[in-house]
Design a protein around this ligand. Sequence first.
Ligand code: ATP
Length: 380
Amino acid sequence: MDGSVFLDNVVMRFGDFTAIERTSLAIESGEFFSFLGPSGCGKTTILNMISGFLTPTEGQVKIGGESMIGVPVNRRPTAMIFQNLALFPLMSVFENIEFGLEVRGVSKRQRREVSERLLALVALEGSGAKQVAELSGGQKQRIAIARALAVEPRVLLLDEPLSALDLKLRQHMRAELKAIQRKTGITFIYITHDQGEALTMSDRVAVMSAGRIQQVADPMTLYRAPQTGFVASFVGENNRIETRVLDREGPRVRLDGGALGELAGRAAVGDSVPLANGEPAALYVRPEHLRPVNRAHSGPRLAATIEAVHFEGAWLMLEARLDASGEKLRIQLGSELAKQAAGTLEPGKQATFGYDPEDAVVLPDDGSPVIDEDTGEVLE
Ligand code: ATP
């Protein structure tokens, strides 16, 4: 069962507006693959091209190596789970799961066998006779999965299916979805603007912005080695410091750090992307990689004035502003460091922060967008 999906030079235009710029991408059979990006970046458009609800303006989609040109939605080896689940509330669980099979003329006995098996898979044995309206949000979610799997798709397309659930259930369902994907071996293609979802469940993630794929990588690589300013800012939290290249030797980049001496970081981009001497660059350091150091510290140092201190239980989040440039800096201190720092790190005080250059990424200064942390919207 080949559930590979290949986007072969697809472009999607709506009138004059290009929703998806030319894109080629291979998703492997059995992969849990996510498209992650802010609202309006084109995630749903990509999913709709795969499902057949939209026909690409140029290029084609291949599933299992076969061209889907001219293949309608109901003849594709795909099934979809929508944000609102689209279950039939007044029908029983059995009827919901078996709906697609009934349409295909599968016998009642076979249908029941399939739905019993799928109810066991989603851990809802014995609830087939219940009405959907009687079920909880998480149970409905599982029925939607069972219904989608009943027609034996090679590829399951999921359009933000967890967004209607409360936080706790959402987190629980992430693990369930991942487990179901592993058990069935079906290709899951998941779209979300929630990076937590994409990072925890996916084998690989495509980060999208404005109709373009910015980077495709496994979650750890996206976090450790973002290739663009957009990815560095959108995936996890990052401080962005504008600076200038002093010199680059392979992955090592020395940067102008102003009065406190040099800064340093790791080039996440290959040698083909120039970070030439004297060029502007952006240094990205995550809040959890910064720690207070004294002014004699020999590694890179950032001098900042603290503006606010937030106690967040397991850690302390400091908001500060760099003395040299006025840029914002956020510092996350684990409980041990926070204890040691008690009394010294307070609003209005100056402090020096250091980091390991291996933990900081240097990228060409591409004037990365500012992204709202809560909504994922691109603000500028
Ligand atoms: P969201 O998370 O908000 O659903 P998205 O990333 O899924 O966003 P899409 O729905 O794929 O984004 O839309 C991408 C862009 O294409 C948007 O600017 C949208 O307005 C535009 N668009 C989508 N469908 C159409 C259409 N049928 N006609 C015109 N423009 C469209």
